[in-house]
Ligand binder design. Structure first.
Ligand SMILES: [Zn+2]
Length: 226
């Protein structure tokens, strides 16, 4: 191989992806009454399918921090920076003896709340909850109140199978009692997913073409051997 692979790839400074895979065209600015705090697990940072950064770039004023076990002081300031009440987007876990029962959801309008989203696999989000007692003590918002009109959310088998972006769009709409208000986020997500699929398809096609040319070379070698 040549040394080209060792050259630094040009990276988009906004979405932090290679410029050839930039997702910035899908950024759709939306403002939400609730503030959004995204706590991203380190394993998700380089995951091409991860939707959290697109979510962060779309939702005005959202904050994204990466970590698994957060420094208590840092987490505290992220949660309480402007006096809003943080609520954790996470289902109830009545059968999990290792987690204390969370306080009830406060009866506050969306603009007094901070929605906290754990961007991780289901297993890792549980680990984040275990490792950060502050998060365990937050009231929880579950996605039980899924709007019947929202087919794409309903067709997911369980809330935790939604992408971070889809879950946040649903939760923000739930908090504002306006289920469809964040559908532009879902449209952005559709474009993002289509781009990822096309990218994988292109990579597969390149790989197949490379295999084919290697086969051709072998064919040529075989012919030359005769
Ligand atoms: Zn970009």
């Amino acid at each position: 191989m040549t040394g080209a692979a060792g050259l630094k790839r040009a990276v988009c400074t906004t979405c932090l992806r290679a410029q050839s895979a930039c997702i910035c065209r899908w950024i759709t600015p939306v403002s939400a009454q609730a503030h959004l705090l995204i706590l991203q697990h380190p394993l998700e940072v380089g995951n091409a399918k991860n939707s959290a950064r697109l979510l962060h770039l779309c939702v005005t004023g959202s904050v994204m921090a990466t970590g698994e076990a957060f420094d208590a002081g840092v987490l505290d300031s992220l949660l309480h920076v402007d006096g809003r009440t943080p609520v954790l987007l996470y289902p109830a876990t009545p059968d999990d003896a290792g987690l204390p029962a969370p306080p009830p959801m406060p009866a506050l309008p969306a603009d007094a709340l901070r929605l906290v989203l754990l961007d991780a696999t289901w297993r890792k989000s549980r680990k984040m909850l275990y490792l950060n007692p502050t998060l365990q003590r937050l009231p929880r918002l579950g996605l039980t109140d899924v709007a019947p009109s929202n087919y794409r959310i309903r067709k997911a088998h369980a809330p935790h199978q939604l992408s971070s972006l889809e879950a946040a769009a649903q939760a923000l709409g739930q908090l504002e009692r306006a289920p469809g208000r964040f559908s532009p986020l879902l449209d952005a997500f559709d474009g993002f997913v289509a781009q990822q699929a096309a990218y994988v398809h292109a990579c597969t096609a390149r790989s197949l073409a490379s295999d084919a040319s290697q086969s051709d070379e072998q064919g040529v070698n075989r012919l030359a051997g005769h």
